[in-house]
Design a protein around this ligand. Sequence first.
Ligand SMILES: C[S@@+](CC[C@H](N)C(=O)[O-])C[C@H]1O[C@@H](n2cnc3c(N)ncnc32)[C@H](O)[C@@H]1O
Length: 220
Amino acid sequence: MNWNPDEHYKSTAVAADYDANRFSSIPGQVFNFLEKRLVAKCFSLLPEGGTIADAPCGTGRLAEALLDAGYRVHGFDISRAMLGVAQQRLASHGENFTCEVANLKECPPSGPICDGALCARVLMHFPLEQQVQFLTGVAGLSRSVVVINQSLDSGYQRFRRRLKRWMGNQPSARFPITDENIGLLLKRSGLREVRRHRLLPFISEAVYIVARKVDVPDHG
Ligand SMILES: C[S@@+](CC[C@H](N)C(=O)[O-])C[C@H]1O[C@@H](n2cnc3c(N)ncnc32)[C@H](O)[C@@H]1O
């Protein structure tokens, strides 16, 4: 499949349809609600009022949950079109939401410039080496907590994926990650795991990891 995640979302049409395509069905709405709630919970280590880098921010779906939880959010994304949708959606949050175009994999802004960072729904689109590159860029934006989301590659999830393919459904994660490689990814990105959460583990491969920068003590 010739699909490039660095380019795909730059299309205005793709950006305009992103949320409706994924989250308008009943299961999509339920998952979206639960994921937003979980992502806000993942940042409970961070005091309200702190600034979180949402990287990549996309259409501001998860930024919205963080703003509602009392944080300020600065969104980064390679796609101006996705950020345009986010700016419209989050206009009512005024200066608590700001954003900028950035290629987080190739040339991330130098930091740290935020108290925490979120990296959701992107790493599974890249091979491991590029995941390390991407996450290193995101970790550099944060002073302490980094929350990541990936798709778990376990025996059960491989079985589910085979079943989905057999039923004619193409799995969305091209590069899901094994438990062992989660350790490697975090270590090579300068992070260590604090805790992890699963969402609907029998029907979803999504895993959410709360991590800290290795050079920041637990109370920092
Ligand atoms: C599937 S969307 C996820 C957006 C958001 N985190 C969410 O959960 O709704 C993936 C996003 O990653 C962005 N992206 C892809 N490659 C990127 C890169 N190299 N640097 C910054 N953003 C990138 C895309 O433009 C897209 O908005």
